[in-house]
Design a protein around this ligand. Structure first.
Ligand code: SF4
Length: 360
């Protein structure tokens, strides 16, 4: 490649040859500027093309927030409330009746009293009325909370939820998988080893999950790389991650104010997607550009830098909005097509587990 640093060039050539990129290589890539940056994006785009082709996928889904009452106090959270709510089953079933959705994504706060039976009841009610709807619910932190309240092991909780009809779990509550960072941003949330343990158990009992990172706050570049490499190691062991979703931090909350955080720059956002593609590619081939965090314009750009998925249509999304997100709560199929088709790519509806459905 013309005029680029020979060290970066060698890493990029290794990636194209299917060799695994190590920590030092990943750190070098995260520091890419100018010509190296463009070369990184080109290689990420090529690897995406070889791995998953030209389809850009999305899932038609609806978010449900089960409760905003929470015993934790994460500094980045604008969702939790002292006089909060617990959504009732009637409302949940109304949300599930949204036309055309294939997935309901349910998450909530760590309620101090709601036990495993409460959530099993919700799953059973949904499955009774909507047997074909995929239930994607309960972060590892929520699973841990249920286990503590009910006096069960993590494995027992996961098996009971699966038996009731849970299809997959969101790999949220990961934030940054480094306990020094977690102690500062989410001190009461499960630590790194508990997050890893719950995700591995879920995968091993047949409950797949997504994987996420929340970046662009107080973490270092090393934290970002180590987080992705940890996910890669888990994936080698279990194969249970369906995708990787980098979530760019939105600073309109206590964490943002306390540390005067401005959030990741556009180039940092692009490098997060591109480097993720190089590190994960064939092991975890689906990399999501989360339009709700990035906005439609940057999310579209990500499709040329390693991303192949645009996530959910999200008929209701409160979390980003509460932190100052301005990118909306819902995106239509026409808007998605407008982002995808000018790139010469094809928009394809998928289900939660990445099976392609009929073209929209
Ligand atoms: S991010 Fe989740 S666990 Fe943390 S305070 Fe908010 S609702 Fe609770």
């Amino acid at each position: 490649m013309i005029g680029i640093d020979p060290v970066i060039e060698e890493i990029l050539n290794d990636a194209l040859a299917g060799k695994e990129i190590d920590r030092n290589g990943a750190l070098d890539l995260m520091g890419a500027t100018d010509g190296e940056y463009h070369a990184l994006c080109n290689v990420a785009n090529e690897l995406r093309r070889r791995s998953v082709g030209d389809a850009v996928t999305f899932v038609s889904n609806r978010n449900i927030y089960s409760t905003n009452i929470c015993s934790a106090s994460c500094k980045f959270c604008s969702f939790r409330s002292e006089d909060g709510y617990v959504v009732d089953t009637k409302d949940i079933l109304e949300h599930c009746a949204t036309r055309g959705i294939t997935e309901v994504c349910m998450q909530g706060g760590l309620h101090p009293d709601l036990d495993t039976d409460h959530y099993i009841g919700i799953i059973r009610s949904i499955k009774e009325k909507f047997p074909n709807l995929h239930i994607h619910a309960f972060s590892p932190a929520e699973i841990d909370n249920m286990a503590k309240i009910s006096g069960y092991s993590h494995k027992d909780v996961l098996l009971m939820l699966k038996e009731a009809g849970l299809g997959s779990i969101p790999g949220t509550a990961a934030e940054i998988l480094d306990d020094r960072v977690r102690a500062l941003i989410c001190p009461e949330k499960i630590d790194t080893s508990t997050w890893v343990e719950i995700v591995k158990i879920a995968h091993k009992v047949g409950i797949p999950s997504t994987s996420t990172i929340m970046y662009g706050h107080i973490e270092s570049i090393e934290n970002r790389v180590d987080h992705i490499l940890l996910l890669r190691e888990i994936q080698k062991e279990t194969g249970g991650f369906t995708e990787f979703i980098p979530l760019s931090f939105i600073p309109g909350n206590k964490l943002g104010q306390e540390y005067k955080i401005m959030g990741a720059t556009g180039v940092e956002d692009v490098k997060m997607i591109a480097v993720s593609r190089l590190l994960l590619n064939d092991l975890m081939p689906n990399i999501q550009a989360a339009w709700v965090k990035l906005g439609r314009k940057l999310a579209q750009t990500m499709l040329l830098c390693g991303a192949n998925d645009l996530g959910g249509t999200l008929y209701k999304e409160n979390i980003s909005k509460a932190s100052g997100g301005i990118h909306g709560e819902y995106i239509s199929v026409d808007e998605l097509k407008r982002m995808v088709e000018p790139l010469g790519r094809v928009l394809v509806q998928r289900d939660t587990l990445y099976n392609h459905l009929e073209a929209p």
